[in-house]
Design a protein around this ligand. Structure first.
Ligand code: NDP
Ligand code: HSE
Length: 411
């Protein structure tokens, strides 16, 4: 028998216990041993819940118990999760976590400790909820040089954008629904401002490129500026607005970004709706591979956590994760990243506005909508982030009478 402790009895933690309750027999068969949850740590009491018989409020008995061989961290946040996880690993206990903040910040160090101790630090659920993506990058795609990862990596924002488009619902209403369904982070700003997707692309990039990609270095923009007007223009252009995280290696330089993108309908990510996530990986031998599934929520996430527990139990004294170096990867300055924008401009005189825009951006095709009378939209030619921003600064020089209503990158 292998005994484990679960730290955190919230959405994911309670899901982990539910998965053991539902599929315990087959899980034990696959692990080759009976898995028993000996402790659950949480701050709160859960009166009437069977978990009460194994509930503790202090980490010390867990770390001091030699019978605990796997610790499952599903509390979230960097501290005290980092301290608990590091101590568990140093004590020779394998760790499974769903905590992307922790992995993005301290993954390299924690993987190194696990390697030195010949145990495991596993984090499949930290990216893409229930989608297997860490394991494929670690085990299945190792023949390839990965040169691009592009994904919808946040379920909350994809759920919001889908409901805004399909049901015309206001942003705040849909965010509340995502919170009620257990998709959103404790502080949902992490979802809607893009930080959660940023941490996830940092983890995937670190794994794929073998060096520490600091999430603080990744240009990140969320979805709070996206309005029903943007949705209407997207529909007119036969495109979908998605929050997309990407990192690309070009000529030995890597650039990464999280931002809303206007995707053409034939883009593989354009059909990913609701809480679903998808990750497109490009390798120099395999070509394109796509991973798809539920990116957030209690049971899909718990499924990935429990699969890691099984792997940890099957490899109690053998390290199976490759690790990335703590050496920092310098990312290409986003000024030089190639891009194209859709820009919505408010104007007072249409023909003057078009002349001003074309003098800087060259010939454009203007898009106008019945419901938005004093503005038009256009798509720039491809350039760099920096050059487009400089042209926009010139356009807004104070005397133009133009107003940028929004600008969204186009893929
Ligand atoms: P919840 O907030 O629902 O659950 C966390 C639980 O841990 C709460 O009960 C919380 O108690 C408890 N907790 C937090 N800190 C401590 C502490 N120091 N000591 C004891 N108990 C503590 O979060 P989720 O289950 O949604 O998420 C957990 C982790 O999994 C996060 O890192 C999240 O980003 C990640 N994740 C979540 C997914 C999802 O769909 N929800 C999907 C993939 C990953 P209290 O409420 O009192 O603070
Ligand atoms: N808040 C996250 C999301 C949870 O919505 O994707 C899964 O990591």
């Amino acid at each position: 028998m292998v005994q484990i402790a679960v730290l955190g009895y919230g959405t994911v933690g309670s899901g982990v216990l539910e998965v053991f309750k539902t599929n315990g027999d087959s899980i034990n068969k696959r692990a080759g041993k009976e898995i028993k949850v000996k402790y659950v740590l949480d701050r709160r009491e859960f009166p009437g819940d069977p978990v009460s018989s194994i509930l503790v409020h202090d980490i010390e008995p867990i770390l001091a118990d030699p019978e605990i061989q796997v610790v499952v961290e599903v509390m979230g946040g960097v501290e005290p999760a980092y301290t608990f996880v590091k101590r568990a690993l140093l004590d020779g206990k394998s760790v499974v976590t769903s905590n992307k903040e922790l992995v993005a910040k301290h993954g390299a160090e924690l993987l190194k400790i696990a390697k030195e101790k010949d145990i495991n630090f596993l984090f499949e659920a930290s990216v893409g909820g229930g989608i297997p993506i860490i394991r494929p990058l670690n085990q299945s795609l190792t023949a390839d040089e990965i040169y691009e990862i592009t994904g919808i990596l946040n379920g909350t924002t994809n759920f919001i954008l889908t409901k805004m488009k399909e049901e015309g619902l206001p942003f705040e209403t849909v965010l509340k629904e995502a919170q009620e369904k257990g998709y959103a982070e404790r502080n949902p700003e992490a979802d809607i401002e893009g930080h959660d997707a940023c941490r996830k692309i940092a983890i995937l990039s670190s794994l794929a490129f073998g060096m520490q990609v600091d999430y603080e270095d990744i240009y990140t923009e969320g979805i709070t500026a996206i309005s029903q007007a943007d949705m209407a223009y997207a529909a007119k252009m036969d495109r979908e607005i998605k929050l997309v995280a990407m990192s690309k290696k070009q000529d030995n330089e890597v650039w990464a970004r999280v931002s809303p993108l206007l995707l053409r309908m034939d883009h593989p990510l354009s059909t990913v709706h609701g809480v679903f996530n998808a990750i497109l990986v490009k390798g120099n031998v395999i070509g394109d591979v796509m991973f798809y599934g539920k990116g957030a929520g209690k049971l899909p996430t718990a499924s990935a956590v429990v699969a890691d527990i099984v792997d940890a139990v099957k490899h109690l004294e053998r390290n199976i994760m490759s690790f990335w170096s703590t050496k920092k990867m310098e990312l290409l300055d986003s000024y030089y990243a190639p891009t194209q924008y859709f820009i919505r401009l408010g104007y007072t005189d249409f023909s003057t506005a078009i002349k001003q825009v074309e003098s800087l951006f060259g010939n454009i095709h203007s898009i106008q909508l019945e419901d938005y009378k004093d503005e038009f939209g256009f798509i720039t030619h491809e350039s760099t982030e920096g050059e487009i921003q400089e042209k926009l600064d010139q356009l807004m020089d104070g005397s133009s009478g133009l107003e940028i209503r929004n600008k969204i990158r186009v893929e």
